[in-house]
Design a protein around this ligand. Structure first.
Ligand code: FES
Length: 152
């Protein structure tokens, strides 16, 4: 049966009753209708489902929602301020850091988390640090440029 779960999602307290087998990704997309977070592989291979848990990036398809009771979840919908993009979002726009856009939420969530992680200064360092986020269109040069513009 369903069990109670309290999350803080994008700064709002959310109280749910949820099947304990539900992934965090499905809880966000299906239960809370926060569809900005994407499901690519559902197996931890693509990074499309990247969100922040207590400020750290995580593949939300690989974890159960109930494991995050009391934690702070941020999705792409929670970045930036009303009417103003987060600087990383603005940088992806400026540098054309996408083609089809399906991976973009995950790329941006990963990139924002990366700002607080140890990472070397070069493009190769950023590529390595972002290796968990796959772009099937191959927009990597522009993605790296977008990330670097915010880091520098
Ligand atoms: Fe989670 Fe691909 S959907 S890593």
């Amino acid at each position: 049966g369903a069990i109670p779960l309290a999350l803080r999602v994008n700064g709002k307290q959310v109280d749910l009753r949820i099947d304990p087998r539900t992934t965090l990704l499905d809880a966000l997309r299906e239960t809370l209708q926060l569809t900005g977070t994407k499901k690519g592989c559902d197996h931890g291979q693509c990074g499309a489902c990247t969100v922040h848990v207590d400020g750290r990036r995580i593949n939300s398809c690989l974890t159960l929602a109930v494991l995050h009771d009391g934690q702070d979840i941020t999705t792409i919908e929670g970045l930036g301020q009303p009417g103003a993009l987060h600087p990383m979002q603005a940088s992806f726009v400026e540098h054309d850091g996408y083609q089809c856009g399906y991976c973009t939420s995950g790329q941006i969530m990963s990139a924002v988390a990366l700002l607080k992680e140890p990472c070397g200064p070069t493009d190769a360092d950023v590529k390595e640090a972002m290796a968990g986020n796959i772009c099937r269109c191959g927009a990597y040069p522009n993605i790296v440029a977008a990330v670097q513009a915010v880091r520098q």
